[in-house]
Structures are given as C-alpha cells and as structure tokens.
Design a protein around this ligand. Structure first.
Ligand SMILES: Nc1nc2c(c(=O)[nH]1)N[C@H]1C(S)=C(S)[C@@H](COP(=O)(O)OP(=O)(O)OC[C@H]3O[C@@H](n4cnc5c(=O)[nH]c(N)nc54)[C@H](O)[C@@H]3O)O[C@H]1N2
Ligand SMILES: Nc1nc2c(c(=O)[nH]1)N[C@H]1C(S)=C(S)[C@@H](COP(=O)(O)OP(=O)(O)OC[C@H]3O[C@@H](n4cnc5c(=O)[nH]c(N)nc54)[C@H](O)[C@@H]3O)O[C@H]1N2
Ligand SMILES: [Mo]
Length: 741
C-alpha cells in the first residue's frame, strides 16, 4: 500500500480523455485506452460530469445510466465506494443496476429455491470447531486453497482460517481434496488428493448419490422428514428416466476418477460423520447452479444436515471468516437508499447489455429486456480485470457515450474512461473497518494527506450534487440530501452509534465512541456453542420451516421446473459444459485453463506494487503447467509462453507443477490488462487470463458468470517479448487546462 500511494500509477489530478474533451459524446470511442488524457481542474471535470449526467437523464431517462459498478473497494463502512455511488444515484432519480455477485451468482439464485438465501446460510455456517469436535471427514469439492482465506470483504481482524483447519486436523478430522490441483488443500492437513477433470463435480456427486442409493446407504428417514422430491429424483439417478444410470462407471469416464474410488468414497461417506464443502469456484462455471444443488442433495442423502460437523458447507476456505464461530453484528454502513428504477442486469451480463440493447434475457424464471445504456459510472471496481472475454468487452464498451470512473490508480478501467476522477486510498482518510464475516471493528485513522489532488469519493459526489442543485434539476437540495449535512467525522460517529444500538439486540455492549477511539479496536464476544447450519430446522422442521415453498429442502423444485428451461427438469442434473476436456473443442484446444484468485493480491488491486510484481516471472503473470504438458510443446520451466484460443491470447511464463492433473493449466487473475497493440491487439502481453475466458451465463436460471475456466492451448512465445507498460502512467498531455478553450 505504501509504495503504490505515491507511485507512478497514482492519478494526480482529474483527467479527461482528449477526444472527449474536444468532441464530447460524439468522440471516437475506439480511441479509449489509446488516447492521451488532459489534466484539468476539479471544477472543469465536475462540471463536465454533471453536464453529462443531466444530459443523459434528460434525453434518455435514468435507465440509460448504468451504475451497477461491481467491485471490491474498499475497507470501511463509510467510504465504501459502491455505497457512495448508489446513494448518489438513488437520489439522482435512479439508474440501471446489477444483481448478484461475480463470486457465486449461481448459488445466490438457486439456493433460495432449495434451502434458503445464501447470505443467511453463510451467517450460520457450520464452524471448524463443530467439525473438530465431531472428527468429521471433510470432502472438499474444489479444495480449500489457503491463499484465498487471507481476506474478507470489509477486512480481516484476525487471520484464523489456517489455524482453524489445523486444529480440526489435530482433533481428528480428515481431509479429501477433490480438485485438479493437489495444492488446493494445504500440505499440513495430510489430505488425500482425488484429481478431477474441471467442471465435472456434478457428475461425481451424482455417482456418489447413485452408489448410496443402490447400496441403500441413504438416510430415508431424513429424506422423508426434512426434504421433498426425492421420488422425482432417484429415477434420474438410476437412469429410469433417460436410460443413463449415473453410476460410478458413467462418472469415471466424465471425471477421470476411477469407478472403484467413487464407490469406496460413497461408502466411506456413509460410514461416519462427513462434511461436504463446496468451493465457490464450482459456481463460476457453466451450470454452476447444478453443482450447488447436487451438493445439498448429496448431503441430504447422507442425512447429516443440521447436525454438528456434518451436512454441507458453502466455501470453507474461500475467505477468512467462513466457519470461524465469531460474534455477529450487522455493522451499520452508509445507507444507500432505494433505487426508484427497477432496471437491472445479472451482474456479469454487462457486455451483453451494451451490445444488445432491447434484447431479452432470462433470469430466475423471469424474462427481461436489456436497457439502452448511454452512460456508465464506475466507482471501486475494475471490469477490465474482472470481466470475461475482454476483447468482447472492448467492443461493447465502444457503445457507451460517456464513461466516468473514480479510482486512486491508473487501472485498465480508468484508462478506458472519458472522465477520470482521482480518489483517496484508505491511508488518506478515516473510517470504521468491519466485515459481516468478522468480529472486529477497527477505527481506521487517516495517516497521510490525500495525494496530489485526490479527493474522497464522498466529497466528489457531494460536489457533483451541489452542481446539480445549482442547475435546479433536482427538486430538493441534492447536496444536503446526499451528505445529510454530516462531515466525515460526524458520519463515523453516527455509524458507530447505530452499530452500538444494533449491538444491544445481538447481546453486544459496545463502549461509547470516545472510549472506542482510544482503544482503536473492538472485538465481539464469540458464541458459546459451535455454530451448526440449519440446526433449528433439523430439530423441528414444522416449527422452524425453511423459507422454501415446501418449507423443506427441495430435491425437486416445482418452481424451477416451471421455469420451463429445456435443460432443467426441476432436480439437479448433469449437462456437459461447452468447454471441458471431454468436449469436441478439446481437439483444437486440449488444455483446460483455471483462472483462480491470486495469492499476492486482492483481485487486481495493487498489482503495480512491489509485492505483486515480485510474483511475476520475466514481468509476466506466471501460469502453472504439468511438466509433461509443457515438454510435449517444447516449453521449458520459466519460458515465456502464449496462451490462446479463438477469443484471444495472453502472454505468461511457464511454472512447472507436477501436482496438477495433466491437461490442466492454472493462472491467477488480476494482472492488469496490457494489450500488445503493436503486434497482436487481441493479446494481453502482461498475462490477464480474461482475454481467454468465455462470456456466457451459467444458465438461464442465474445468468451468473461462468468464466472461471475455459479451453486453451499454449505455445512457447515465438516473437520477441514486448515490454510490459501497464505499470507506468498512460500518456498525459503536457498542459493543464484550468478553463475550456
Ligand atoms: N476469469 C476470472 N475472472 C474473475 C474471477 C475468476 O475467478 N476468474 N473472479 C471474479 C470475482 S469472484 C470477483 S469478486 C471479481 C473482482 O473484481 P473487482 O472487484 O472489480 O476487482 P478489484 O481489483 O478488487 O477492483 C477494485 C477496484 O477499486 C479500486 N479502489 C480501491 N479503493 C478505492 C476507493 O476508495 N475508491 C474508488 N473509487 N476506487 C477504489 C481499485 O483500485 C480497483 O481498481 O473478479 C471476477 N473475475
Ligand atoms: N488472496 C486472495 N484471496 C481471495 C481473493 C483474492 O483476490 N486474493 N478473492 C476472494 C473472492 S472475491 C472470492 S469470490 C473467493 C473465491 O474463492 P474460490 O472460488 O474458492 O477460489 P478460486 O481460487 O477461484 O478457486 C479455488 C480452487 O478451485 C479449483 N477448481 C477450479 N475449477 C474446479 C472444478 O471444476 N472442480 C473442482 N473440484 N475444483 C476446481 C481450483 O483448483 C482452484 O484453486 O476468493 C477470495 N479470496
Ligand atoms: Mo468474488
């Protein structure tokens, strides 16, 4: 954080893309990302931003403004960038927004139909303590990669996930890592590794269920007392409905796991307490809904749901806070208000929306039309990192008339904006840091003055609101409504007092604000008993029904069946994805690329830092490859390589990993997109794998992102290696305009 605060990627001053300054919304939009920026005063930048917002609203309505603005900035309950934007837009008359997350949209949409809302399930997630006390066998579908448990959205008070895992191991828990990578469960847990073809977990789970069923190892009592629809499901398992028994032999061919191991695993699962953990990675795949549904059904067949240390888990290891038995308090945050507009898209359909205004899309049983968006406002996210198939995004982006971005840094997204407004970093402001997955509240004290001309997002929006009031476009005093008349210090005190009030409801007695500021940190008391997901439902399903139509776990869902989707009979089922090692496309692109979370960064954040750059090889984001796959292509360890498919390419450096399933390549996300404009514009010369991923929805159920994996091939780089330039500032005009000419 320290070296980037004043580094070359910090934005010094408000900037306008030259073409936009000259021609406004009629400018050549293909020049975005290539053209120089002109430094301007805050007054010029804010006047222009206000003018554009008013223009688009007046000419096309609020739905023509997209402020879905997905992204992970930043630690703090007050300066949270997305909340600031939402509060501003909601007062401005609304905007088109986004639903669900990039992390696990498939689960967020399917789970309420079959068990209950994901957020509630995560809040009462079965804890490591419960697993340790039970001495369970933990079957980790997608592993529990240690690198991922370093963070929570909102911040981490104590890094406890690794020690919780070790403690469970010491207490007798056993681990099985079902993943294409043996390092997805940390070495000290002595796990067994069962390598699996990517994107085939649903098939494996079906075969495990098949064995349980035909060997009569399933819990028929629980299926009757707490579930509905097993009768509609088991004929599919046995093949009665479609002629294909989902048995171990069938799944062996799909997953690459020997049939004998599938059968023995099912028997082991039924023989003792078993905890089935589903990684969030299973959801970011085509038909990711089915993997999560099947995880729940498999756990239901084992009958352990709601009992200590058993049942299913939704992402142990995915972030720090899951399963950690912490005290809970819904910490107060900046209120965003209500969006007066209902226009939305499922979050990862952004390129689709921009390319196809007016076209229909399906989401959670409904049919909607994409709005005709003219202005995009992004605050606290980096779509040129996070979105799949960036070459498609580049085309879609050209359909936007005006792009406004706030960011502290010259990220690829800031470079693809028309109006760039520089914001502070957390070191330059005060805030209250806390996560709903964490039990610490931290007083973040400002330690540095804002760099150059950077301002807080909040103050930028307040200044914009002031302009709009002045122009009389808003009936009430917009600025006053936005700030509520409070300064930063007053907001922090206000939010603290609100948290303190809420704390009483949850049995926490927070000190007064002054005492809190003196200690600087407050920790919630942990629960006395280990947390067990769905415990009260288990105890009495009539008294404590689930919020599903039947009040029970829905193995068959009338609602999903009524969606009338060709591939969805209303119970979990296997559909071969378009891209996997068993697809015909694998003849052309024989390697399955997994684009996982990075260990040295939070997504793309601080990729320009010394710490992130120390993880690169020859300046490129490395990829891990099995030595045999590399040697077959004449690639040596450390060679520069080019990964490619029909959508694009990226450069990387080969890192050998014999702990990978053959045919699988792993590459972290988050290297800043740096197109090789001179030699191959569709190629990122730095190593952003989203040049290769596919921009298709999980399915018509959630329309979630499915871009975790895709098919590619790899070759040794033939041309001379182009220099990586993205960690320098973009071209900036050597003039500073104080007034437009
Ligand atoms: N291929 C592939 N793609 C993926 C994934 C994958 O597994 N595979 N994972 C997906 C997932 S799960 C996620 S969550 C997304 C993450 O995608 P993002 O959340 O978009 O990624 P970040 O890099 O965290 O972006 C945060 C941005 O906010 C900026 N920022 C930081 N502080 C502030 C502030 O105070 N104010 C403002 N205005 N800006 C600030 C940072 O500089 C940065 O540009 O990526 C998704 N993309
Ligand atoms: N250090 C760090 N930690 C992070 C983040 C970060 O940016 N940096 N981001 C956070 C965020 S926003 C999120 S959403 C979570 C995401 O948490 P996850 O989704 O759990 O994380 P991933 O790293 O994408 O994937 C975990 C593992 O899944 C395995 N895998 C991939 N495909 C398959 C498959 O088809 N089958 C099986 N069985 N395994 C598969 C891969 O080997 C991969 O290592 O991570 C969080 N943690
Ligand atoms: Mo995420």
């Amino acid at each position: 954080m320290i070296d980037t605060r004043t580094g070359p990627c910090r934005i010094r001053q408000p900037m306008i893309r030259r073409g936009f300054l000259e021609d406004g919304p009629d400018s050549d939009r293909k020049a975005r990302g290539r053209e120089e920026f002109v430094p301007v005063s805050w007054d010029i930048a804010l006047d222009l931003a206000a003018q554009e917002l008013n223009r688009v609203r007046d000419a096309f309505g609020n739905n023509a403004i997209y402020a879905g603005s997905y992204g992970w900035a930043s630690a703090g309950r007050f300066h949270h960038a997305q909340s600031q934007l939402r509060r501003f837009m909601n007062l401005f008359g609304g905007c088109t927004t986004s639903r669900d997350s990039y992390s696990y949209a498939a689960a967020e949409v399917i789970l309420p139909h079959i068990v209950g809302p994901m957020a509630e399930l995560l809040r009462e997630h079965t804890s490591w303590r419960s697993i340790a006390e039970t001495g369970s066998k933990v079957i980790a579908f997608g592993g529990m990669a240690a690198r991922n448990s370093q963070m929570n959205s909102g911040g981490v008070g104590r890094h406890s996930q690794a020690e919780d895992m070790s403690a469970a191991r010491k207490a007798g828990a056993e681990f099985i890592n079902i993943s294409p990578s043996n390092s997805d469960v940390s070495g000290e847990l002595d796990s067994e590794w069962i390598p699996i073809h990517p994107n085939t977990d649903t098939a494996l789970m079906l075969a495990l269920a098949h064995t349980l069923f035909v060997e009569n190892l399933h819990d028929r009592v629980f299926l009757k007392s707490h579930c509905t629809g097993f009768e509609q499901f088991h004929p599919y398992l046995t093949g009665e409905t479609d002629g294909t028994p989902k048995d171990a032999n069938w799944a062996a061919a799909v997953t690459g796991i020997p049939a004998a191991r599938i059968i023995s695993l099912a028997r082991e699962m039924a023989a003792g307490p078993t905890f089935l953990n589903g990684s969030w990675s299973l959801t970011r795949q085509q038909n990711g809904e089915q993997a999560i549904w099947m995880l729940v059904v498999l756990a239901a067949m084992l009958g352990g749901i709601g009992k200590p240390g058993t049942g299913f888990g939704l992402g142990l290891g995915a972030v720090n806070g899951i399963g950690s038995d912490r005290g809970y308090l819904p910490w107060a945050a900046l209120p965003a208000g209500r969006n007066p507009k209902s226009s939305f898209i499922p979050v990862s359909r952004i390129a689709d929306m921009l390319l196809n205004p007016g076209e229909k899309f399906r989401y959670n049983g409904g049919e909607y039309a994409y709005p005709d968006v003219r202005l995009v406002y992004w605050v606290g996210g980096n779509p040129f990192h996070h979105h799949q198939d960036i070459n498609r995004l580049i085309k879609a982006w050209q359909n936007i008339e005006t792009v406004i971005v706030h960011d502290p840094f010259w990220t690829p997204t800031a470079r693809h904006a028309d109006i760039v407004l520089p914001t502070t970093v957390p070191l330059e402001r005060s805030d209250l840091a806390a996560s709903t997955r964490d039990d610490h509240l931290v007083a973040m004290q400002q330690v540095a003055e804002p760099f150059a001309m950077a301002q807080n997002d909040h103050d930028i929006f307040a200044a914009l609101a002031r302009r709009m009031t002045a122009k009389g476009k808003s009936g009430t005093n917009f600025e006053q409504a936005f700030t509520s008349g409070r300064s930063e210090a007053e907001w922090l005190r206000h939010l603290y007092e609100e948290s303190r009030e809420r704390g009483k409801e949850f049995g926490h007695d927070l000190p007064d604000y002054e005492s809190f500021l003196v200690s600087g940190i407050y920790k919630l008391r942990p629960p006395a008993e280990p947390t067990v997901m769905l415990k009260s439902f288990r105890t009495d399903p009539v008294e404590n029904p689930l919020p599903t139509p039947s009040g029970r776990i829905e193995i068959f869902s009338e609602i999903i069946a009524a969606f009338g989707l060709a591939d969805n009979p209303g119970h979990p089922n296997w559909q071969a994805p378009d891209e996997w090692l068993g697809a015909s496309l694998a003849d052309k692109y024989p390697l399955h690329l997994i684009t996982h979370q990075p260990s040295r960064r939070l997504h793309s954040q601080l990729d320009q830092s010394a710490h992130s750059r120390a993880g690169k090889i020859k300046g490129r984001e490395p990829c891990r490859i099995h030595p045999d796959d590399a040697r077959a292509r004449g690639i040596a360890e450390g060679d520069l390589v080019r990964l490619f498919n029909d959508r694009g390419a990226c450069l990387s450096a080969a890192q050998f990993d014999a702990g990978l399933l053959r045919g699988v390549i792993m590459m972290a996300t988050g290297a800043w997109y740096d197109p090789d404009l001179e030699n191959e514009p569709e190629c990122c010369k730095h190593g952003n794998p989203n040049l290769l991923t596919r921009d298709a929805p999980t399915s018509d159920i959630a329309s979630g992102p499915s871009a975790l994996t895709c098919l590619v091939d790899i070759e040794r780089l033939q041309r001379e290696a182009p220099a990586v330039t993205i960690h320098e500032a973009p071209p900036i005009a050597n003039i500073s305009r104080d007034a437009p000419d």
